[in-house]
Design a protein around this ligand. Structure first.
Ligand SMILES: [Zn+2]
Length: 164
């Protein structure tokens, strides 16, 4: 239901990835979007949303439509109390954004905990720097080419069997 609604709402999206990965789903209990605190997180600057209306296992058509509406034109969504969702023009791009978002969630959980232990908060990247970095690493082309090596590795490790 999620994927169908996204493909209907976003003809530019050829692939959507959704899973309940450990750090993603943990971060999604916080009910907030990512802080822009690392270079990698700049790929999601103004380019991800929080969908905060968890209503149980996604079977309802309306839930998928609501997620697609919240996603809008952005590349990724944090589904509160649920998991991560990324989109892209290619499989490689979409998978790269998913893995990157999972690592951003992991990184922020560690950084927030470390900062809190010192009674401090993390240092945020400025809006201009975040936007300039997004333009370089947040584009569809960048995501696609960042994902290519992962598929090259899978090709070697499986001798191409993963395609069967
Ligand atoms: Zn799910």
């Amino acid at each position: 239901m999620i994927h169908s609604a996204i493909h209907t709402a976003r003809p530019d999206v050829n692939c959507a990835a959704h899973a309940h990965s450990l750090y993603g789903r943990t971060f999604c209990t916080l009910g907030r979007t990512l802080d822009i605190t690392t270079q990698d997180s700049c790929a999601f600057y103004n380019d991800h949303v929080l969908y905060g209306n968890f209503r149980g296992v996604v079977l309802e058509e309306e839930e998928g439509i609501a997620i697609a509406q919240t996603l809008g034109a952005k590349k990724a969504a944090l589904l509160q109390n649920h998991g991560l969702l990324t989109t892209g023009g290619t499989v490689e791009e979409t998978v790269f954004w998913f893995l990157s978002l999972e690592k951003c969630c992991h990184s922020q959980l560690l950084a927030d905990a470390a900062a809190a232990g010192r009674g401090e908060t993390t240092k945020k990247i400025g809006n201009k720097e975040a936007m300039d970095t997004w333009k370089v690493i947040g584009s569809r082309k960048s995501g696609h080419f960042s994902g290519r090596p992962l598929f090259d590795l899978i090709e070697v490790e499986t001798k191409g069997d993963y395609k069967n």
